[in-house]
Ligand binder design. Structure first.
Ligand SMILES: Nc1nc2c(c(=O)[nH]1)N[C@H]1C(S)=C(S)[C@@H](COP(=O)(O)OP(=O)(O)OC[C@H]3O[C@@H](n4cnc5c(=O)[nH]c(N)nc54)[C@H](O)[C@@H]3O)O[C@H]1N2
Ligand SMILES: Nc1nc2c(c(=O)[nH]1)N[C@H]1C(S)=C(S)[C@@H](COP(=O)(O)OP(=O)(O)OC[C@H]3O[C@@H](n4cnc5c(=O)[nH]c(N)nc54)[C@H](O)[C@@H]3O)O[C@H]1N2
Ligand code: SF4
Ligand SMILES: [Mo]
Length: 717
C-alpha cells in the first residue's frame, strides 16, 4: 500500500502542534512537525511523535468493555452498552432526580473541540447541575478573580509585544501552557529565546530553577506558598517608587488608596525573608517590571494551587492594571480570536460580575457553582453523602479521578459507591478499572477538530480545522457523542448556540462544530476549506474609544480581599525553623510540577516514553538528601497531616532546599501499589479536600504541602 501524508494537528496535549502524519494500510506510521505551518513552524515534542504507538499499542481500549462481578471485563457492542447506560441513567433520574447524574470532564475532554460544550448542554437539557471539570482542581482562580475584578474592554498586554514578562509558578517550556498573556502554547522555548533577543526581559518566580528560569533574565527562587506576599511586596514597591500608570489608575481603578494601605506592612524586608530571596532581588524584579513600557505578569499552577490562589491571581490582575498594562485607543488587538464571535474592543471597563455565589449550592462546605460548574473537589462528598441530591452515576470523560482528585482513599470509596461509573478512556486507567463500562473513545487522528481551546492563546489570528486522518473505529464514540447517544435514547434534545441537535439523526462532527460556533469570526466552513492551519491576515481589530457614559471601574478590593491580604500578612507557617501545619512540625514543602514525557497520567503506557522514566521521582536538593541520609534512587516515605506515600528520591540541584518537587497523576488504586519504580505514586494521597480549601472554588491546597521525609528500606516497602 502506498504511504499517504496528511496535515493535521496533534492532540496529545493542548498545544495543538501542526503535524504531518504518514499513513500506511490505514495505520499512522510516522509523525513530523509541519514545517509549512505559519505558527508552529515544524515544532513537535516527544509525546506527539508517539501518536503511532498510541494507535497501535495493545494497551489501547479498542472495544467497549463491561465489568463482570469478579472485576474482569467482557467486550460489549457499544450500542448495547449505550442502551444499558441510558436505561440506567433514565431510571436514576426517575428515582432520584436529575442531580443524581454527574459528568466529570478531565483533560482529554479538552482535547476534543466539542467535548466541553455538549456535556454541559446535556446537563442543562435534563436540568442537572452535576457538571464537573478538571478546571476546578487546576486554575479556577483565574476566571474567578477576573470575574470579580472586571475586565478591560481593549484587552491587556500580551507576551508578543511586551518588554517584560513576569512568570510566577509557570514553566511553559515543559508544560506548553501559559496563562492568557504569557507565551503562546507552541514551542515556547523558541519564542522566549527570540523575544529575549529582541530585548524582552523574563523574570521567573519559582522554587525550582526550571527550564524557563534557566533561560530567564532573572530567577527568584522563592519559597513555595508565598506568592501573595511576593505580589503584595511588588505592588508596594511599584506604588512607592511611582512606577505605576497614574492616569490609568485615576480613571479606571477603584480603591487604590485602600490597597496601598493594605500592602503597606509588606515591606521589602518582610517579603524577602518570607520568600527566601534577597531584598535586592525583590526590588530589582519590581523595578524591572514597573519601569517597562509594556509588560505582563502571569501565573501558572504554582500560585494557583497554593493556599490563597484566588488572591494571588487577583493581585496579578491588580499589578497589571496598576501599571496600565492594557491596550489603549487605536492599538491593535494582536489576536481577537477566530472561532470566537466578533465583538467591538473598547477602551472601557467591563464591570465585575462575580461568577460565584449564585446558582445551585453544593451540599458540602458551603460551596456553590463556580462559573456555572460544580466544584470538583466536592464531588467525592456529593457521591458519599446520603440524602436528597446524592450523586449516583458518573460519566468520566477522559479524566482519571483515582490519581487526580484530592484524597485518594476517599476517591476510591466514592468511585466504589456509585451505582454507575462510565469511563470514556483510551486505557484501563486507575479509574477505568473501577468502571461499570469503559467506552472506547474515537482517538484524535480519527476525528475532525478545530483549535477551539487555543483560539485566543495565539498571538496572531490563527486557526486550524482538521479533518479526520484515519477511518473511524466503528466501535468507538467521541466524548461529546456519548451525550448525543443519551439524547437519542431519551428523546430530549440538546440545545447548542446555533440550534438544537436532532435526537433522531446522528450528527457529523462538522455539523456539531457549526452549531457550537455559529457566529465565529471566520466561518467553520471557511476554516475547514483551508485544510491546514492559517493566519487570517485580514483580521485587524483596533481598540475603539470607550463610550461616554461608561463609568465602571476595575475592582482592586472586592468583598473579602482586603481582609484576606491582612490574613496572609499575619499568617506564618514557619516557626523556629520548622514548618507548622495543624500543630504538627514539618521540615519540607512538597510542590507540584510537570514532566516533559507524559501528560498527567497519559503517555505512561507508551514504550518510548517509558524510556524517559516509569516513576514520578521525588526531586530534592542534594544538600537536603545528605542531611536526611538519603541517596538518589532510595525509597522515601513522604508524610503530611493528611496522608503518606512512598516515592523514589532523586537529587536535583535545581530544587530549592526545603522543597520536594513531584509530578501528579502517577500510581494506581490504593492496595494495588505494585513497584513504585515501575508505577510511581500518587501525590493526591497528601491532599485533603476539607481542611485547606479555597472558600470560593473549593480547591484544596495542592502545592506547598508540609511534609516530613524518611528513608525506607527496600524490604519494608
Ligand atoms: N496532586 C495533584 N493533583 C492534581 C494536579 C497537581 O498538580 N497535583 N493537577 C491537577 C490538574 S492541573 C489537572 S488538569 C488534573 C488532571 O486530571 P484528569 O484529567 O482527571 O487526569 P488525567 O490523568 O489527565 O486523565 C486523562 C485520562 O484520559 C485518558 N485518555 C488518554 N487519551 C485519551 C483520548 O484520546 N480520549 C479519551 N477519552 N481519554 C483519553 C487517560 O488514559 C486518562 O485516564 O489533575 C489535577 N490533580
Ligand atoms: N509535558 C506536560 N505538559 C503538561 C502537563 C503534563 O503533565 N506534562 N500537564 C498540563 C496541565 S493539566 C496543566 S494545568 C499545565 C500547567 O502548566 P504550568 O502551570 O506551567 O505547570 P508546571 O510545569 O507544573 O509549572 C508550575 C511551576 O510552579 C512551580 N511551583 C509549585 N509550587 C509553587 C508555589 O507555591 N509558588 C510558585 N511561585 N511556584 C510554584 C513549580 O516548581 C513549577 O515549575 O500543564 C499542562 N502541560
Ligand atoms: S507539545 Fe507535543 S504533545 Fe503537545 S501538541 Fe505539541 S507535539 Fe503534541
Ligand atoms: Mo491541568
Amino acid at each position: 500500500m502506498p504511504v499517504t501524508t496528511h496535515k493535521t494537528f496533534c492532540r496529545f496535549c493542548h498545544a495543538y502542534c501542526a503535524i504531518e502524519v504518514d499513513v500506511e494500510d490505514g495505520k499512522p506510521i510516522a509523525v513530523r512537525g509541519d514545517t509549512e505551518d505559519p505558527v508552529y513552524g515544524g515544532y513537535t515534542c516527544l509525546k506527539g511523535r508517539e501518536l503511532p504507538e498510541q494507535y497501535t499499542t495493545p494497551a489501547r481500549v479498542k472495544n467497549s468493555l463491561k465489568r463482570k462481578p469478579n472485576g474482569d471485563f467482557d467486550e460489549i457492542d457499544t450500542d448495547q452498552a449505550m442502551d444499558e447506560i441510558s436505561a440506567k441513567i433514565q431510571q436514576l433520574i426517575k428515582d432520584h432526580g436529575p442531580r443524581s447524574v454527574a459528568t466529570y470532564v478531565g483533560s482529554y475532554g479538552y482535547q476534543n473541540s466539542a467535548a466541553l460544550v455538549l456535556p454541559k448542554a446535556w446537563h442543562r437539557s435534563i436540568d442537572s447541575p452535576s457538571y464537573y471539570t478538571s478546571v476546578t482542581i487546576d486554575q479556577p482562580a483565574k476566571a474567578i478573580s477576573l470575574s470579580r475584578f472586571g475586565a478591560w474592554g481593549g484587552g491587556t498586554h500580551k507576551f508578543t509585544d511586551a518588554d517584560v514578562c513576569l512568570m510566577i509558578g509557570n514553566n511553559p517550556v515543559v508544560s506548553q501552557f501559559s496563562a492568557f498573556g504569557g507565551p503562546p502554547p507552541f514551542s515556547p522555548y523558541a519564542r522566549i529565546r527570540d523575544e529575549m533577543k529582541k530585548g524582552m526581559k523574563i523574570i521567573v518566580a519559582d522554587p525550582r530553577r526550571t527550564e524557563v528560569a534557566n533561560r530567564a533574565t532573572m530567577h527568584l527562587q522563592v519559597n513555595p506558598g508565598e506568592d501573595v506576599a511576593l505580589l503584595s511586596g511588588f505592588i508596594r514597591i511599584i506604588l512607592d517608587e511611582k512606577l505605576h500608570d497614574e492616569e490609568f489608575c485615576a480613571q479606571h481603578l477603584e480603591d487604590l488608596e485602600e490597597l496601598t494601605r493594605r500592602v503597606e506592612p509588606f515591606t521589602p524586608d518582610h517579603v524577602a525573608s518570607r520568600c527566601g530571596i534577597t531584598v535586592d532581588e525583590l526590588v530589582k524584579a519590581a523595578r524591572t517590571f514597573g519601569e517597562a513600557k509594556r509588560g505582563v505578569v502571569v501565573g501558572g499552577t504554582g500560585p494557583d494551587m497554593a493556599p490563597h490562589g484566588v488572591l494571588a491571581e487577583h493581585l496579578m490582575l491588580a499589578m497589571n492594571a496598576i501599571c496600565g498594562r492594557v491596550n489603549k485607543v487605536g492599538e491593535q488587538v494582536p489576536n481577537p480570536g477566530i472561532i470566537s464571535p466578533p465583538a467591538p474592543r473598547r477602551a472601557e471597563v467591563h464591570a465585575a460580575n462575580p461568577a460565584f455565589g449564585k446558582g445551585p449550592a453544593s451540599r458540602v462546605r458551603g460551596l456553590g457553582e463556580v462559573f456555572g460548574e460544580m466544584p470538583t473537589a466536592a464531588l467525592n462528598d456529593e457521591i458519599l453523602l446520603e440524602g436528597d441530591g446524592q450523586i449516583k452515576a458518573l460519566i468520566c470523560l477522559g479524566g482519571n479521578p483515582m490519581v487526580a482528585f484530592p484524597d485518594q482513599d476517599k476517591t476510591l470509596e466514592a468511585m466504589e459507591k456509585l451505582e454507575l461509573l462510565v469511563c470514556v478512556d483510551l486505557y484501563k486507567s486507575a479509574t477505568a478499572k473501577l468502571a461499570d463500562y469503559i467506552i472506547a473513545p474515537t482517538i484524535s487522528l480519527e476525528r475532525d477538530d478545530m483549535t477551539m481551546l487555543t483560539d485566543t492563546w495565539y498571538d496572531v489570528p490563527y486557526a486550524h480545522y482538521t479533518k479526520a486522518v484515519l477511518p473511524r473505529n466503528p466501535q468507538s464514540r467521541e466524548e461529546w457523542e456519548i451525550y448525543w447517544e443519551l439524547s437519542h435514547r431519551s428523546g430530549i434534545p440538546i440545545g447548542l448556540p446555533g440550534g438544537q441537535l436532532d435526537p433522531e439523526k446522528r450528527p457529523s462532527k462538522h455539523d456539531v462544530l457549526k452549531l457550537i460556533a455559529p457566529n465565529s469570526r471566520i466561518s467553520v466552513d471557511e476554516m475547514r476549506a483551508q485544510g491546514r492551519g492559517h493566519i487570517y491576515e485580514e483580521v485587524d481589530v483596533r481598540v475603539e474609544p470607550g463610550s461616554e457614559n461608561s463609568s465602571d471601574l476595575l475592582q482592586l478590593l472586592p468583598d473579602g480581599v482586603a481582609e484576606e491580604i491582612t490574613e496572609v500578612y499575619n499568617e506564618n507557617i514557619r516557626r523556629d525553623g520548622k514548618i507548622i501545619d495543624d500543630d504538627q512540625e514539618f521540615t519540607h514543602l512538597l510542590i507540584s510540577r510537570r514532566l516533559k514525557h507524559v501528560f498527567n497520567s497519559s503517555g505512561q503506557q507508551l514504550t518510548n516514553l517509558q524510556k524517559k522514566g516509569t516513576t514520578n521521582p521525588a526531586y530534592m536538593n542534594p544538600a537536603d538528601l545528605d542531611l536526611l541520609g538519603i541517596e538518589s534512587g532510595d525509597l522515601v516515605e513522604i508524610k503530611g497531616v493528611s496522608g503518606m506515600l512512598i516515592g523514589v528520591a532523586e537529587a536535583a540541584g535545581d530544587v530549592k532546599q526545603g522543597v520536594v518537587s513531584m509530578a501528579h497523576a502517577w500510581g494506581d488504586i490504593p492496595g494495588n501499589w505494585g513497584d513504585v519504580r515501575e508505577k510511581g505514586s500518587s501525590t493526591n494521597r497528601l491532599i485533603d479536600d476539607d481542611r485547606t480549601y479555597d472558600k470560593i472554588t473549593g480547591q484544596p491546597r495542592m502545592t506547598a504541602i508540609p511534609v516530613n521525609l524518611r528513608h525506607v528500606p527496600e524490604d519494608a516497602a
